[in-house]
Design a protein around this ligand. Structure first.
Ligand code: FAD
Length: 334
């Protein structure tokens, strides 16, 4: 019987665990095992260079930040995972596949051990930090050029040298595609926006910004077919959805902006979710918080944030969840 279980091991889960462990709540983390296609450590383990996380002016790789290696000459281990362990978090490389939040203590089951009720893990409180997965289309050549020209995060990757003063393409027609495209005009020589239909789904303000931008060209009724290049992406074969004609688009970068899927399938029916699948959190005593619809269950990071979706904001809300949880447990007399 645990006082608190943390589900997920991205920046939100680890920051929550660090705070909970330092508060002597002996957190137990289920870090996931290829959960939803993402390994332990979360989305950052799929990226090469992080340059916007404060404290690392020379940048560092996602796997370095999340889970390993020694920092320069120092013998200190640098990762978030090591910091969680250092303060006493117990980490299990397993995925949570079933939960019952209808009674306290809450019950959680691990994948492969979720059939029998008696295999349940019991917890007085839970921090959900299962993150989200950026949607991709998995076109031909995508795996070859993933992180070698293809990305799902313009804010994260747009400024890297391979994209500077180069033609780029954004895939998508909604607000996030518009935002990413306008953002990329700061670095790119030109930004194409590939839109599947003949209109944008973006809000009028965002659409106007895009349509009037001198560096942006919108390609209507087009879908991506194949990524080509040498070591890096050089060309995208695109198809007209009306005429079926295929043409080449010479680009050095392709950015997906077709949305994210929050990893909440396990929690459906147990806590309130938005229509989009993100966990609903609500203010506590009038202040923004990580409280969910179930008292004692808190949610942090991308799983409850469709707007900011950055490592630092995920870490920030992980800290909030730990503090919310600690105070809630205190109030319960634990
Ligand atoms: P995640 O990082 O998504 O982690 C969720 C964790 O939960 C994963 O470990 C997963 O395995 C686990 N999990 C899921 N379901 C279960 C389950 N049922 N049981 C147990 N575990 C489970 N942000 C930046 O600030 N700077 C960058 O440079 C940057 N680059 C990026 C590059 C790429 C390619 C991508 C995709 C994102 C990038 N981001 C960047 C965004 C950043 O990665 C996310 O905002 C951040 O990782 C969100 O953290 P999180 O803790 O909420 O969730």
């Amino acid at each position: 019987h645990h006082r608190v279980v943390v589900v997920g091991s991205g920046p939100a889960g680890h920051t929550a665990a660090i705070y909970l462990a330092r508060a002597n709540l002996e957190p137990v983390m289920y870090e996931g095992f290829l959960a939803a296609g993402i390994a332990a450590g979360g989305q950052l383990t799929t990226t090469t260079e992080i340059e916007n996380f404060p404290g690392f002016p020379d940048g560092l790789s996602g796997p370095e930040l999340m889970e390993r290696v020694r920092c320069g000459e120092s013998s200190e281990l640098s990762s978030m995972r090591q910091q969680s362990i250092k303060f006493g978090t117990k980490i299990h490389t397993e995925t949570i596949s079933r939960v019952d939040f209808s009674q306290r203590p809450f019950r959680l089951w691990r994948e492969g051990h979720d059939e029998k009720d008696e295999d349940a893990i019991l917890a007085d409180s839970v921090v959900i930090a299962t993150g989200a997965t950026a949607k991709r289309l998995f076109i031909e050549g995508e795996d070859t050029y993933w992180q070698a020209g293809i990305s799902a995060c313009a804010v994260c990757d747009g400024a890297v040298p391979i994209f500077r003063n180069k033609p780029l393409v954004v895939i998508g027609g909604g607000d996030s595609a518009s935002e990413e495209a306008v953002f990329l005009t700061k670095y790119a020589s030109k930004v194409y926006v590939l839109v599947r239909r003949d209109k944008l789904r973006a809000s009028k303000v965002m659409a106007d910004r895009l349509l009037n931008h001198p560096k942006v060209e919108i390609l209507w009724n087009k879908i991506p077919i194949r990524a080509e290049g040498d070591r890096l992406l050089k060309n995208l074969v695109i198809e007209d959805t009306v005429t079926k004609e295929r043409t080449n688009l010479a680009v050095n970068g392709l950015f997906y902006a077709i949305g994210h899927t929050p990893n909440t399938a396990v929690f459906k029916g147990q806590i309130d979710l938005h229509d989009t699948g993100y966990i609903k959190v609500h203010p506590n005593a009038g202040v923004p918080s990580t409280y969910t619809s179930v008292e004692g269950v808190f949610a942090a990071g991308d799983v409850q944030d469709a707007t900011y979706r950055q490592a630092i904001t995920a870490a920030g809300s992980g800290c909030m969840a730990a503090l919310d949880c600690e105070r809630w447990l205190e109030g319960q007399g634990h």
